[in-house]
Design a protein around this ligand. Structure first.
Ligand code: NAI
Ligand code: 15L
Length: 264
């Protein structure tokens, strides 16, 4: 690619992917509503609130691919979720439509299905069971991606990320962990494959204790290499096992099911 756009460039995953994905394009365009520090030679920065349709259009113009990491990333009051993840998503897909339909990686979340019990192994077509407004906004994003695929042929990977961190830090993450390396190789596979369509992809490493079934993805050529099991002993020593009645041990979304619906 000539130019890859990474939204949410100032965030946790944006800062990691900024360097991991630099081989994918001549220029990496990083966008966020906050400042991003000094750009490297192959980088350019765009300051943009996703709720501003005109600014989003300019942000997307000239890009051959989009890794969409920007927006509200945890449960919060509806206003922030609305601006970043609902209005923002609509603006992004409209901007893509107006600018040659670059392929999109949409950072969806396991909180689209957070109310499923941890005893269930899920396929990608399981009905949504969001665990909060944030999860609902990710369901909206997935539905919007599907709509723009059916109506306009826009290709988008709907990546339901589990917990993408340097290493697992609690027992639930033995099932939900996605290593940075596996996320980067997933994004590379998404941009490499000749025909993408609009698949739901479980964003998790090859965890022995995983809950999510990616058997439908043989055609993608993505092989996650990491496994949270490697950390089990260290984790058991460092962090207490949650009791069987705690949400952390019952629901796939963990403590998110305990969140109240927040007002401003
Ligand atoms: P983060 O919160 O660290 O980064 C999100 C970035 O989006 C921030 O830099 C923030 O300034 C920006 N942002 C928020 N609202 C915005 C708006 N209205 N306009 C422009 N920029 C805005 O989140 P993180 O952890 O880097 O996650 C990236 C994406 O991946 C998010 O969409 C999140 O929902 C998704 N995800 C992440 C997971 C993880 O384990 N880190 C798990 C599941 C999903
Ligand atoms: C998410 O969707 C969040 O963006 C991230 O901060 C974590 O809370 C993650 O889910 C998780 O479930 O561990």
């Amino acid at each position: 690619m000539k130019r890859l756009l990474i939204t949410g460039g100032a965030g946790q995953l944006g800062r990691v992917m900024r360097t991991r994905l630099c081989g994918l394009a001549d220029t990496i365009r990083l966008a966020d509503r906050t400042g991003l520090g000094a750009p490297a030679d192959h980088e350019e920065f765009v300051q943009c609130d996703l709720a501003d349709g005109q600014a989003v259009n300019a942000m997307v113009a000239g890009c051959d691919g989009i890794v969409h990491l920007g927006g509200a990333s945890v449960e919060g009051p509806f206003e922030g979720v609305l601006r970043g993840n609902i209005v923002g998503l609509y603006n992004l897909f409209e901007a893509a439509r107006a600018n040659g339909q670059p392929r999109i990686v949409f950072a969806s979340s396991n909180h689209t299905i957070g109310y499923y019990p941890q005893t269930v192994r899920l396929k990608p077509d399981a009905p949504f069971r969001p665990d909060g407004l944030y999860g609902v906004s990710k369901c909206f994003g997935e539905a919007l991606g599907r709509l723009y695929f059916e109506k306009f042929g826009q290709e988008t990977a709907l990546v339901r990320i589990g917990s993408c961190t340097p290493e697992p830090t609690n027992h639930r993450m033995l099932s939900t962990w996605l290593s940075h390396e596996d996320f980067a190789s997933l994004i590379e596979a998404i941009f490499r494959v000749p025909v993408l369509g609009c698949p739901v992809i479980w964003g998790a490493s090859a965890n022995d204790a995983g809950w999510w079934d990616n058997a439908h993805l043989g055609w993608l050529g993505w092989k996650p290499r990491d496994n949270a099991e490697f950390f089990r002993t260290r984790l058991s020593e460092a962090s207490p096992q949650p009791g069987p009645d705690e949400s952390m041990a019952r629901f796939q979304g963990g403590v998110y099911v305990d969140n109240p619906i927040l007002r401003e």
